[in-house]
Write a protein that binds this ligand. Structure first.
Ligand code: COI
Length: 357
């Protein structure tokens, strides 16, 4: 690790911030970006000097691999402002770990942890005015890496760009979320890239999700590709099922993203004596539980969506409503998680990392 790595970032700031033109009460998710971005290029076999500069479009050769072969990975994280006006990150160690796992799977270079952490610290410190106080307000952080080397030969690039961009955020979904259970299309397969946060994992879902949207469903719950009998993951979230008082979620695998919110909710639930089982839930079990009344809740968990109750699901053209609960474990876990993130509850797990001013 290099000493004082922070000091090695070249920083060029904007002459005037656009923050006053932003309506923070009306923020469609991921559509407004802050004044600056972090950029670090990889070429000649090494990472180059990182930069923070004004947020702006940039040029890439039209033959770059990212355009032709989708060599691209990303992360999703959030920063929160507490009552004392300090700004905090949630479990950034998990994101750098997963980013590098994705990089390895996509034949991309790993990003050194000190570049990732220093980039986050410096960029978010510079943009701290964009992190608004109050539960539900956050700064969504999108680190990503793309292959910028030119040439349409189908082989890994030798040049990459790692960037971090920031977007003030409120909620990802508004309103009810109804889901369709996949019985034909698949998100991932054994030996594939399902566990990587690769761009193509998301675009491959757009078409089946569009078909689901046309039928009035916001998301698809993916099932295993081989048999379509095991419930795995929702499009932008991991998914939990509460049957009686036990929570079930699929174990992480080659097909499933190792979600940071997922593992944090499991840790909180276990700490508080809630029974959690990481095992595959069969579609037939879910249908049976919906019919006999033991299905109490379904919810998605992810950084952008946080915890999102699912009010019903459709399978083979039959719609099953999830009954409203007087005491929702999903909402209880959401409150416990967000209280840790906003520093309103003790961080007994040691998850929060302060942005130094
Ligand atoms: C996140 O929750 O951060 C994600 O990566 C989902 C994204 C597609 C919005």
């Amino acid at each position: 690790m290099r000493d004082n790595f922070n000091n090695e970032i070249d920083i060029v700031t904007v002459s005037s911030s656009k923050i006053d033109s932003v309506d923070f009460d009306n923020l469609p998710f991921g559509s407004i970006f802050t004044d600056h971005m972090f950029v670090c290029d990889f070429r000649d076999g090494q990472w180059q000097k990182p930069q923070i500069k004004p947020y702006e479009p940039f040029m890439i050769d039209p033959s770059a691999k990212v355009f032709h072969y989708g060599q691209a990975i990303f992360e999703g994280m959030k920063a929160y402002r507490d009552e004392h006006d300090d700004v905090w990150l949630f479990r950034p160690d998990q994101n750098i770990h997963r980013l590098n796992k994705s990089a390895a799977r996509m034949a991309m270079p790993e990003i050194p942890e000190e570049i990732f952490m220093a980039g986050l610290q410096k960029l978010i410190d510079l943009e701290r005015n964009w992190v608004k106080k109050g539960l539900g307000n956050s700064l969504y952080i999108r680190p990503f890496m793309i292959a910028i080397g030119s040439g349409v030969i189908a082989a890994p690039s030798t040049q990459y760009r790692f960037m971090i961009i920031l977007s003030p955020a409120k909620s990802y979904y508004s309103g009810e979320v109804k889901v369709l259970i996949a019985d034909h299309y698949s998100r991932a397969a054994n030996g594939g890239i399902g566990a990587a946060k690769a761009a193509g994992n998301y675009s491959a879902q757009f078409y089946p999700t569009k078909l689901a949207n046309e039928k009035g469903f916001q998301q698809v719950i993916w099932t295993d590709d081989a048999t379509h009998t095991k419930l795995e993951e929702a499009g932008t979230m991991n998914v939990f099922f509460r049957i009686n008082d036990t929570l079930y979620t699929a174990p992480t695998s080659e097909r499933i993203l190792d979600g940071v919110t997922r593992k944090s909710l499991i840790a909180i639930a276990k700490r508080d004596g809630i029974q959690v089982e990481e095992r595959s839930v069969l579609v037939s079990e879910l249908v049976e539980a919906a019919k006999n009344g033991s299905l109490k809740e379904i919810f998605g968990a992810g950084t952008a969506a946080v915890v999102n109750p699912i009010c019903g699901f459709s399978y083979e053209d039959v719609y099953y409503e999830v009954p409203k609960q007087e005491h929702s474990i999903a909402l209880d876990l959401k409150e416990k998680l967000t209280k840790i993130q906003y520093r309103m509850a003790d961080d007994t797990f040691g998850w929060m990392v302060k942005i130094e001013g």
